[in-house]
Write a protein that binds this ligand. Structure first.
Ligand SMILES: CC(C)(COP(=O)(O)OP(=O)(O)OC[C@H]1O[C@@H](n2cnc3c(N)ncnc32)[C@H](O)[C@@H]1OP(=O)(O)O)[C@@H](O)C(=O)NCCC(=O)NCCS
Length: 207
């Protein structure tokens, strides 16, 4: 099992990929420990326990790769790499959560780096991230890894081109696209993202 200590940060834990079925409770309990604001930021407004339980169960069964940050055997942070099949345009969706006690120590950065290495290994060409427009922390983190973020209806969505990156190294932001390209991309990304969230929540399975 790949098991790396965190380096270059003030965090003291380790990072490894969770095994899907057996370690589901570790992911679920981490997500349930997120406070109200963090849940809102992570799940774009969905904050109730039942949603989170269903979400974690779904991740354990649909091929989502979970890279977890551990402290004393407890998961305090997670990066999610959702399979392309979850997304109508086949662009894998990614998401991050770090418990408040472990923030601003480089945990999110380390998880992001590992996630990109994993995505490279799977041969993915690009990744999509969606977050609230006011979510400065996630925007800072995504921008560090070269995401082009665009804003619409209170959301930031962005694409990370893995062909531009070396194995999980933070990349400078790439040149902006034209306004027409950006507008089309925003519409497509939001449509794809929300369809995935609805499926995750158990709603709109036929969508
Ligand atoms: C977003 C989140 C994962 C960041 O985790 P983290 O472990 O604190 O991230 P890091 O310590 O690696 O910081 C990453 C960068 O973001 C910046 N950053 C972190 N928090 C910030 C904040 N509140 N405001 C502005 N910038 C911030 C850091 O300065 C750092 O940049 P630097 O390395 O150039 O200094 C964490 O805040 C979180 O879990 N938030 C709640 C859930 C969420 O919003 N998820 C996103 C939806 S997908």
């Amino acid at each position: 099992m790949n098991h790396d200590s965190i380096s270059l940060t003030s965090a003291r834990g380790t990072v490894r990929t969770l095994s899907q079925q057996e370690e589901l409770p570790l992911l679920r309990d981490h997500l349930l420990r997120l406070d109200r604001t963090s849940r809102h930021d992570r799940f774009h407004g969905f904050i109730d326990d039942s949603f989170i339980r269903r979400y974690a169960e779904r991740c354990a069964n649909d091929g989502t790769v979970i890279i977890a940050y551990f402290e004393d055997g407890v998961v305090r942070g997670a990066a999610e790499l959702h399979p392309p099949e979850q997304s109508p345009d086949a662009q894998p969706e990614i998401a991050f959560s770090v418990e408040r006690s472990a923030r601003r120590k480089g945990v999110g950065t380390t998880l992001f780096r590992k996630l990109i290495a994993e995505a490279h290994a799977k041969g993915y060409a690009s990744l999509r991230i969606t977050t609230g427009a006011q979510n400065d922390a996630m925007r800072a983190l995504a921008t560090k890894f070269g995401a082009q973020l665009t804003f619409r209806h209170g959301e930031s969505t962005g694409s990370i081109d893995l062909t531009e990156q070396h194995q999980g190294e933070p990349a400078p932001a790439v040149a902006p696209v034209t306004p027409v390209e950006a507008a089309r991309a925003i519409v497509d990304m939001n449509r794809a993202y929300w369809r995935m969230v609805m499926q995750m929540s158990g709603w709109g399975r036929a969508a």
